[in-house]
Design a protein around this ligand. Sequence first.
Ligand SMILES: [Zn+2]
Length: 593
Amino acid sequence: MNYLVTARKWRPQTFKDVVGQEHITTTLQNAIINNRIAHAFLFAGPRGCGKTTTARILAKVLNCTNSVNGEPCNKCEKCLSSASAQSLDIIEIDGASNRRIDEIRTLRESVKYAPTSGKYKIYIIDEVHMLTTESFNALLKTLEEPPEHVVFIFATTDIHKVPSTIISRCQRFDFRRIEMSVIKKLLKEIADAEGIQIDDLSLTFIAKKADGALRDAQSLFDQVISFTGGNVNADEIAKMLNLIDEEIYFAVSQAILDKNFSAAFEVSKKLYENGWNFTDFVNGLNEHFRNIMTVIICKNCDLIEEAEFYKQKYLAYKDKFSEGDMLRLLAYLNKLQNELKYSSNPKLKIEISLCHLIGLEKSATISEVLDKLGNSYSTPKSKTDFDSSPGFNSSKQINAPISNVRAINKGEIVVPDIKSFVTPTLSPTADFSEVISKWNNFIEQVKTDKFSFASVLLNSNPVDFNNNKIQLEVEHLEDGDIISEQKPYLDKKTKEVFGKKIELDVTQSKKGSKKKTNIAQSIPVKEEKEKGQYGNLKNYNYINKNSANHDLSNNNSKSDAGSDKSAVNNNSANESSLAKAIIEQLGGREIKK
Ligand SMILES: [Zn+2]
């Protein structure tokens, strides 16, 4: 064979040579050393990261007659035959083209036959996720209890498409994407061995483009060698791979620092002219700011996967942005990544978004803001502090009251005696009737503040007034609790309406209380006179409560007489005062005895 691509020529022949997958190769080697070999393996991971290679090495070592430390000797007959793909005991099947049930049935039949020369018969099924559901099902039984001499090795790039019934019957190994530094190192070794001159930047370009897949990197490497004829030049590689020039990202970050909006349009023009993908650009920009973020946080460039040249450039950014700035920039870019997919004009979208990024103000932490506020608004100890503060010179009028207020000591504040300010609207010798005459007005005012509480008061009956205390009857004890809870409010409100603080003493009403009846009537009668209708809920209550004795609720015209009669019939101690109250309420009308 004249020419072999790098990926095949440099394909690892031992576990030791497999790069970036030590967690798997070590486990497999130990399993072989301890003779604890599973009957089915499942290798999952992204493309070009060594799954098939590892499967082949495993197959080889299983049949190797001189294996040392779990590694194949690569010298014995079995190793040589498997290396040249001539071993009859290692059967490689492409799952993508042998996916149907018939092919799997054939495989199932062949499993029964013993290996021709080696200890094991090994089936390597690549791209196993491509098998049909029927094929997977046909394989289940064999996979669970295969003959002793059979080992299955499955490889897949899409583990989610493999049924869990299959996964559970296998030992699963997850292959990792290979780090850029590892790829670069390996390519450098290959280049040295092949006598090819390649610089760090060129290797970075290749490794970056490969995106963690070693095979991709090796293919690109071959392509680059062919393109440049062995004298590798970074500019030519960038051109060949149509890589986005890294400088464009630095141009964006510099534009943000300089608030240079024109850069947005220059960058977008350059992207457009070079035919660079806008989505790739946003992804690259995201990574660029991620790199700046690591430099800001770590103060070094160890966590950056870039060429040395650019690492130094990133290091220069360590003091230029804050973490807060970066988080906001990255959040915006993440949003842009999604939005760009649905944009009908990506160029315009990029231009606007770059302008937005450039226009973002520097973020400040709360502590910074407080510090600044603290400096300009520092609490003055005396009036002179204010006067000396330049910020307040132009506003002395505002100063004066503030400093005056501040100058007052706690001890100097005189709380005026509330009593001395009371202008009584109830006469000092106010009696029950006077209170009653204001009761409705009081409830109306409560209604404007606390509507539901007013309804509680509406359902209660004032029955007496003594020593600035209104005796209040409630139907339910709970209403009493509610009224007690509102004491602070009532103190304020009674003072407002009655002109002095009046307490509400709550008792539960007894049905048919005479006193209640009398008082109850005195108000609705008056209100009827004034309003000519039962517009007020309070009236309605009184009337209903008293309807057993009087027919008020049925006939307006009758009500007067009824109420009068009841008042007259009442012989309680308060009769005279009540009668007087009623006369007042009725506008001086005489009561017929
Ligand atoms: Zn061997």
